[in-house]
Design a protein around this ligand. Structure first.
Ligand code: FE2
Ligand code: FE2
Length: 474
């Protein structure tokens, strides 16, 4: 159970470690300052129907109620410890899982935790203006839920930094509040987290694609031999599921509404579709291409000695490591990666240990493909002859073997000129973004009402009706 009588709710017996408690209580006002500055714009007085974690058990861990977001009880929640847990891969395989940071891996682990932690406040910053153009109260509540949970994920990482990394950890925790998404001088660490999220289509795409990268990274870290990191990530994953739900169903509802309007009015031409106040499927495809490609970059280089070291040293595992049926050491195995040679993309086998980024990216792509297949079903069921596609893995990449090359969505290697000529067939143009944003100029705030460009969801949150007052504006 979680202790909510403490200033910082937690299930780690924080009160027993006075020094740590003081350090975190010192960080807390800085965090609140960040939330007031960079959290959802003009939202501080709203009462939002939010879920709050009350237990880390998988059944019934959350409680729903109205909360003013600055009063959300951000806290530190770890999955319970399994005394028998071992390091499950790499050269330390079979040793008891580490309860303290092994000295030789200290700086690497700190870097891994900081990189993960940095993404959490970044997405809140990216989304901070979207509340003023929400398509419904239901959606407004959902984005706020995502935002407060990303804030909690920051707490999760900051706890690890403070508890296990001493003064360096405390300095990193402060730096996490100092960087800003998109800032020229002090940006967030990873590229996708410096891209703007200027509208709700981008938001749903982000939560579908980029929060799912979060899921895969957390799954890999949940395998870590460093047990507190594993237990932290396991609990974060239960929250992440809702973020991906918001993204997938958001895009589904946009597609559904577009298809309804296309059918009712018997139009297929994108300009005519737009004239009816909904987002044409071609634009949805371009947003998909953009968010997919920038998110693929988050997995890093196809061949990486860092990734090999993380694995060999037991710091970061593969997706579902313990369910995989192999030696968990990967001393002999190979894995295919792709390279651009001349105007061809060629496959080549490399030691599997060095290709772990690529492997995690492939696991991710598999799950993404399933989700896009579910979107396609909505179009098929409407009888509209349009096929969504996932672009080639090399399309619009800035990191890894495809970086510096110009790959089309079909995997053709193009010249820079040919790419430039065609890039807005594949990526949203400023005009596309302007159109999408023209649909989202104000808040839809009547309970049960939805903007014209999106269908209502199938059901409300926590079995509440669709016309429930999910946000009280005061
Ligand atoms: Fe997160
Ligand atoms: Fe998330």
């Amino acid at each position: 159970m979680i202790d909510y009588t403490e200033k910082i709710p937690n299930n780690v017996d924080l009160g027993r470690d006075r020094g740590l408690q003081r350090a975190l209580e010192h960080w807390q006002p800085a965090y609140m300052g960040w939330w007031y500055d960079m959290g959802p714009n003009e939202s501080h007085n709203f009462e939002v129907y939010l879920r709050t974690a009350i237990s880390v058990e998988p059944d019934g861990w959350a409680q729903f109620g109205y909360v003013k977001m600055p009063e959300y009880r951000w806290g530190i929640f770890l999955q319970p410890r399994d005394e028998k847990r071992e390091v499950n891969f790499g050269i330390h395989k079979g040793q008891p899982a580490w309860q303290e940071v092994p000295g030789e891996y200290r700086s690497t682990l700190r870097r891994v935790i900081v990189t993960q932690g940095d993404t959490e406040p970044a997405s809140v910053e990216q989304q901070r203006l979207l509340g003023s153009s929400c398509p419904s109260m239901y959606d407004l509540r959902n984005i706020f839920q995502v935002n407060v949970e990303e804030g909690r994920h920051l707490w999760a990482m900051v706890y690890l930094l403070h508890r296990y990394f001493g003064r360096d950890g405390r300095e990193e925790a402060e730096a996490l509040l100092a960087r800003r998404s998109g800032d020229a001088d002090n940006p967030r660490i990873l590229g996708a987290f410096n891209e703007p999220t200027p509208d709700w289509l981008a938001f749903y795409m982000f939560t579908f694609f980029t929060d799912r990268d979060g899921k895969f990274q957390l799954c890999a870290l949940a395998e870590s031999g460093f047990d507190p990191l594993s237990r932290t990530c396991r609990f974060m994953l239960t929250e992440e599921a809702h973020h991906m739900f918001v993204g997938e169903t958001g895009v589904t509802r946009i597609i559904k509404r577009t298809c309804e309007v296309m059918k009712e009015n018997k139009v297929e031409d994108p300009a005519q579709v737009r004239a009816l106040g909904v987002i044409d499927l071609q634009t949805i495809q371009r947003y998909l291409n953009f968010h997919y490609s920038v998110t693929l970059d988050l997995y890093g280089s196809d061949v990486s000695s860092n990734a090999a070291n993380y694995f060999t040293n037991g710091l970061k595992g593969r997706f579902r490591e313990t369910k995989l049926d192999d030696d968990h050491v990967l001393s002999e195995a190979e894995y295919p990666v792709y390279e651009v040679i001349g105007d061809k993309i060629v496959k080549k086998n490399v030691p599997a240990l060095t290709a772990l980024n690529e492997r995690l990216r492939d696991d991710y792509i598999e799950e993404i493909a399933d989700g896009v297949g579910r979107w396609q079903r909505v179009i098929d069921e409407a009888g509209i002859p349009f096929k969504l596609m996932l672009p080639h893995k090399g399309f619009h990449r800035a990191i890894g073997n495809f970086a510096g090359h110009h790959i089309s969505v079909n995997g053709d290697v193009l010249t820079a000129e040919a790419w430039d000529k065609r890039k807005h067939e594949w990526l949203p143009s400023p005009a596309d973004e302007k159109f999408v944003q023209s649909l989202m100029t104000g808040r839809v705030v009547e309970p049960g009402q939805f903007a014209n460009w999106i269908a209502p969801p199938l059901r409300g949150i926590n079995s509440k009706p669709l016309d429930f007052e999910y946000v009280r504006f005061n």
